[in-house]
Design a protein around this ligand. Structure first.
Ligand code: ASP
Ligand code: CP
Length: 319
């Protein structure tokens, strides 16, 4: 290394960085700090300040996305940073030539200050974090985790209901293959007096490891197949779609029809309750519900921008 490089203040020292790979890395105080930071991000959007000027986000998406990729990219641009991006990375990156995920990450970490990764395999973000010299944010790893979705879900619940404690939250749909419900269940368990109600067909039950962890954390959990009977008891109904892309074959979807939230179901939900969905929806919430003030899913998606601004500000070195 030349003397110039060794002493130049223009060459930043890269300290070991934290990563956001699963819900377990976030303790209650960090979650609170991120939610408070997210609440302040609208002023950056309005005021046009640029705390991440000069920083670069690499977004690597090996699986389809609308909200997560575009809200992360918008968040970086709103913060004054820049974005390099590979969409459809399974077919348009050198993965098609057989390059490993680890090698791709080692290289991209040299071009960017933070990497956002979505990948169809459970554990991909963890593998990436182990070899990356810059922070890695998990934007969804197969049926594993989606921690920034859980953060924006918490932000939404607090914005809509004013609290994150003393809640009865129903999660309905494909709990076996859905990653948002896994991350959200663990993150809600950080708050006091939260009860979870898992509504699914027996073949789409919540993963046993998550149930065991919730039991270890002493979170009261009810499992049922009957959405109508529990709807009147809920503060939040979190509906999800069947994750068809994670079924062993297209035929496996046969007979796995999820309960549909329609106007009749909304009549069973208390007046103060909210209906959430990570989106995309594909029929499990009827469009007639959109006009109901309790339908929070588009506000929820919008909150993703503010929450991802806060996450980038934290991990990409906001000044
Ligand atoms: N968009 C969310 C995810 O990527 C939920 C879904 O796709 O159903 O996990
Ligand atoms: N909620 C969510 O992760 O949406 P996308 O899959 O469109 O990114």
């Amino acid at each position: 290394m030349s003397d110039l490089l060794a002493v130049s203040p223009a060459v930043p020292v890269r300290l070991p960085s934290p990563h956001l790979v699963d819900a377990a890395v976030l303790d209650r105080s960090l979650v609170e700090a991120l939610l408070q930071s997210a609440a302040r991000m609208q002023s950056i959007v309005d005021g046009g300040t640029t705390p991440l000027r000069g920083r670069i986000l690499a977004s690597l998406f090996f699986e389809a996305s609308t909200r997560t990729r575009l809200s992360f990219e918008s968040a970086m641009l709103r913060l004054g940073g820049q974005v390099i991006s590979v969409q459809d990375a399974l077919t348009s990156s050198s993965a098609t030539k057989g390059e490993s995920l680890e090698d791709t990450i080692r290289v991209v970490a040299g071009y960017a200050d933070v990497i956002v990764l979505r990948h169809p395999e459970i554990g991909a973000a963890d593998r990436a974090a182990r070899v990356s010299s810059c922070p890695v944010i998990n934007a969804g790893d197969g049926a594993g985790h989606h921690p920034t979705q859980a953060l924006l879900d918490l932000f939404t619940i607090r914005a809509e209901l004013g609290r994150l404690h003393s809640l009865r939250v129903g999660m309905s749909g494909d709990l076996k293959h859905g990653r948002t419900v896994r991350s959200l269940a663990l993150m809600l368990s950080l708050f006091s007096d939260v009860e979870l109600v898992f509504v699914s067909a027996p073949s789409l039950r919540m993963d046993a490891a998550i149930l065991a962890e919730l039991q270890r954390r002493r979170v009261p959990v009810t499992e049922t197949i009957d959405l109508r009977s529990v709807a009147p008891t809920l503060d939040v109904l979190y509906q999800t779609r069947l994750q068809k892309e994670r079924l062993p074959s297209p035929d496996a979807a046969h007979g796995l029809d999820l309960p549909i939230v329609n106007a009749a179901l909304m009549r069973l939900l208390p007046p103060h309750a909210i209906l959430m969905h990570p989106l995309p929806r594909v029929g499990e919430i009827a469009p007639e519900v959109d006009a109901d003030a309790r339908a929070a899913y588009f506000r929820q998606a919008r909150n993703g921008l503010l929450v991802r601004m806060a996450v980038l500000h934290w991990l990409a070195g906001g000044r």
